[in-house]
Design a protein around this ligand. Structure first.
Ligand SMILES: *Cc1c(COP(=O)(O)O)cnc(C)c1O
Length: 360
């Protein structure tokens, strides 16, 4: 089966085999070494200095890392501006509401670009905002938000930026060196090609507040201290860590995030051109989407379910739209061990399905 959904991903054989590594107690030095390697390799992807930055591992899906980032990096007296243009930005607002975090929202429609002037205006009007949160690649639509400009707006006003990079980390550029970012959250099983179960936050060490924690299991400060000492505070997903270590080696062997970005771009370009030839239009304009995922308008001939099920019978899993998009779009992601010939085959199968469907 080829998974064209945005994680969990189609695994490479070497990552799948890593899951069968020897049984291991997380209190043994072998685990400390594994944990150390994973943390170090995560920082190396974007060339981050371990003195300044920490990769902090959490057992859980991407949302656990986002929740840990928001609740741990925002000081008790902080005030958060959440920039929303999709499901995942709105999820950050839900997290802030549940924890009773003092927050404001800058909301946009799900196909809209983030309005930098509105952002600057909101920050200038509310000088007590200490932090802003945004999604880098909004998987709802496939839009790659303009993180660089958001960073500039925040940095020049001394506002710390928290970024959900769950569906971009490892495949899109993240300009850590430009400043403004104090943390980003991501997961093993998206662009890094690992298996679900481990997620992480890359945090500036000086951004970890020392005050009272908002929770126990998602307290990044505690995780960071204990992981620095070599030991995880709770039982980690050991096999998932083995797989992540192998996936990180594979990423580096293949030439790092830049090469992965090129590979994804080639795949999504094939899909975009191929589908356009069949009359299937992309949701966003050229150049607005990430290389990781694009949304396409469903062909009028077919419901999502019919289309999905026929593709699945042929070995491909596509992804539905969320919320208001549920009946109008489908999504194709390039993440995972997918090659050009897989995408060629996907296009021929799609062409056949469309040819066989009567006009409605
Ligand atoms: C996948 C995703 C998440 C987290 O989803 P989980 O199901 O918890 O792994 C968060 N943000 C974005 C942008 C995502 O694409």
């Amino acid at each position: 089966m080829i998974l064209l959904n945005p994680g969990p991903v189609t695994l490479s054989e070497r990552v799948r085999k890593a899951l069968l590594s020897s049984d291991l107690c997380h209190r043994e030095e072998e685990f400390s070494k594994l944990q150390h390697t994973v943390r170090e390799e995560l920082l190396k992807i974007y060339d981050l200095d371990p003195e300044q930055w920490a990769a902090i591992l959490i057992t859980g899906s991407g949302t656990a890392a986002v929740e840990a980032m928001v609740t741990s990096l925002l000081p008790q007296k902080g005030r958060l501006l959440i920039i929303e243009n999709g499901v995942y930005g709105e999820r950050i607002s839900k997290i802030a509401s549940i924890y009773g975090i003092d927050h404001l929202k800058l909301s946009h429609g799900w196909v809209e670009e983030i309005d930098i002037y509105a952002l600057e205006h909101r920050l200038d009007e509310n000088a007590d905002i200490t932090h802003a949160a945004v999604v880098h690649h909004e998987t709802t639509s496939g839009r790659l938000n303009n993180l660089g400009r958001i960073q500039d707006a925040c940095r020049t006003r001394d506002v710390s930026l928290l970024v959900d990079t769950v569906s971009s980390f490892g495949a899109e550029d993240i300009l850590f060196k430009d400043g403004g970012i104090s943390g980003c959250a991501a997961t093993a099983n998206k662009c890094l090609h690992g298996v679900p179960g481990v997620s992480f936050v890359i945090a500036r060490r000086d951004a970890l507040p020392r005050g009272r924690a908002r929770n126990l299991y998602l307290d990044l400060n505690m995780y960071c201290q204990q992981q620095d000492l070599g030991s995880p505070p709770f039982t980690p997903a050991v096999q998932t860590c083995y797989a992540l270590a192998e996936a990180l080696k594979e990423l580096s062997d293949e030439g790092g995030w830049q090469k992965r970005q090129q590979h994804y771009a080639a795949l999504i370009g094939m899909i975009r051109d191929g589908l356009r030839g069949m009359g299937i239009k992309p949701l966003l304009a050229e150049g607005e989407s990430s290389v990781v995922l694009q949304s396409f308008c469903l062909p009028r001939k077919l419901s999502y379910h019919e289309f999905h099920d026929r593709l699945k019978r042929n070995g491909f899993v596509i992804y539905a739209g969320q919320g208001v998009f549920a009946r109008s779009i489908f999504r194709i992601s390039t993440m995972g061990a997918i090659q050009r010939d897989d995408m060629q085959r996907f296009l021929s199968v799609t062409r056949e399905i469309l040819a066989m469907s009567p006009q409605r």
